[in-house]
Design a protein around this ligand. Structure first.
Ligand code: XUL
Ligand code: CO
Length: 449
């Protein structure tokens, strides 16, 4: 029996199950580092990494860019007579791909899975017909839903925002969409529900009531969460920060901004952060910075795995391939205790001119290998102990005596000042930060030495 799903028609007939062949393999359709069952630390690789495939990039996007039309001819759309038939074929192709690749999870927007109808009623009918089918395929294929979400940014009605739209009618239509997408997520056993506020921001302050829009966004998130909990949803809500694009300024600018927003509006009990590497770069941060910032607030949740391009100021959504970046990301994730409901969702797309059917596999294999290697390197950092040991030692003066008192918030400014005043200048503070030494150690781990 094949260890992958194939529907009525096989959409990737030349490709079978992708296997681990090791670092010396020259087979482009084999894993070099991702060995699902291999134990790293206390868990298997697959349980650390929890890979998810993004429905939108892999099965919907067709290579269109602002300067040119589609370059990816998807056979699952070409051979369908109606949009719903195309949605069915697309789902077959998706589950075939996911199972051949050996990923455990997927993520989707409502409109990726089913086309919008002529009314909210018809749109829901389309969505739930596809959800019923997805439920069967999940079971047959052994694939799970990492998170669901709603596309509140593509349709022209959302050009001025969804929850933050200046017209109430649009906010209500967004609610109809989100309610159905939450129902769909629950029906499919989704472990999370994501809000990426694509158009929840402004293009210009001159026509915008910023406070009102932020209040509306918080209100919308809060009632969406109440509804989902009432329906029995036990999963995690995620906010995915991004500073801009498509808006000039997005309210969920970066992790720190979202943490402040969640706490200000009392949403931090239900919501966690879904951090995307390329969005971090656009906000002027390292990917690991965003992960560590979320973890420090106890709000780390999930990851959209991809990468940007250092020379481009936009969301290129490329597949991750920097082992240095994945190592630091996995180190941050391991330090945060690993994933619970979250995982690594490839919010990444193949390039417009990558047109061979195998390219989608090759891209994901590279991304999975990059995170598997990153995981091994991160585990080496922990096992060897020199880097975490150095950091621990750096703060040792807060472990005892007055340092410990300050650390616990037990000293007033007068008391603290007197300690400094009495001690005098001496040699305090003249200690090396050893950055280059630590960076050199990291490079040794990168080569497995
Ligand atoms: C857009 C983006 C989205 C979200 C889901 O930049 O990252 O694909 O992940 O809406
Ligand atoms: Co994303």
């Amino acid at each position: 029996m094949a260890d992958y799903y194939v529907g009525e028609k096989e959409y990737f007939p030349k490709i079978t199950k992708i296997k681990y062949e090791g670092p010396k393999s020259d087979n482009p359709l084999a894993f070099k580092y991702y060995d699902a069952e291999k134990k790293v630390g206390k868990k298997k690789m697959k349980d650390h990494l929890r890979f998810a495939i993004a429905y939108w990039h892999s099965f919907c996007a067709d290579g269109t860019d602002p300067f040119g039309s589609a370059t990816h001819a998807h056979p699952w759309i070409a051979d369908a007579k109606t949009p719903m038939e195309a949605a069915g074929h697309k789902m077959d192709a998706a589950f075939e791909f996911i199972t051949k690749l050996g990923a455990e999870f997927y993520c989707f927007h409502d409109r990726d899975m089913a086309p919008e109808g002529a009314s909210p009623f018809e749109s829901e009918k389309n969505l739930f017909a596809m959800v019923a089918r997805a439920k069967k395929l999940q079971k047959a294929a052994g694939v799970k839903l990492l998170w669901g979400t709603s596309n509140l940014f593509s349709h022209p009605r959302y050009m001025n925002g969804a929850a933050t739209n200046p017209e109430f009618g649009v906010v209500a239509l967004a609610a109809a969409q989100v309610k159905a997408a939450i129902d769909a997520t629950i029906e499919l056993g989704g472990l999370g529900y994501t809000f990426w506020g694509g158009r929840e921001g402004y293009m210009s302050l001159i026509n915008t009531d910023l406070k009102k829009e932020k209040d509306h966004l918080a209100c919308f998130l809060s009632i969406a969460c109440d509804y989902a909990r009432k329906q029995g949803f036990k999963g995690t809500f995620y906010i995915e920060p991004k500073p801009m694009e498509p808006t000039k300024h997005q309210y969920d600018f970066d992790t720190e901004t979202v943490i402040g927003f969640l706490r200000h509006y009392g949403l931090d009990k239900d919501f966690r952060l879904n951090i995307e590497a390329n969005h971090a770069e656009l906000a002027g941060h390292e990917f690991a910075h965003e992960l560590e910032t979320a973890a420090a607030a106890g709000l780390f949740g999930s990851v959209d795995a991809n990468r940007g391009d250092a020379q481009n100021g936009w969301d290129t959504d490329q597949f991750p391939n920097s082992y240095y970046e994945t190592a630091l990301a996995m180190y941050a994730i391991l330090k945060a205790g690993g994933f619970t409901t979250g995982g690594l969702n490839f919010d990444a797309k193949i390039r417009r001119n990558s047109i061979d059917p195998a390219d989608l596999f090759i891209a994901h294999i590279g991304g999975m290998d990059a995170f598997a290697a990153g995981l091994e390197i991160a585990q080496r950092i922990i096992n060897d102990g020199r880097i975490p040991g150095f950091v621990k030692k750096r703060y040792v003066s807060f472990n005892t005596g007055n340092g410990a008192k300050f650390d616990k918030g037990e000293l007033s400014l007068e008391q603290l000042a007197k300690i400094g005043f009495d001690a005098g200048y001496g040699k305090t503070g003249i200690t090396s930060g050893k950055q280059e030494y630590l960076e050199n150690i990291l490079n040794q781990y990168l080569l497995g030495l």
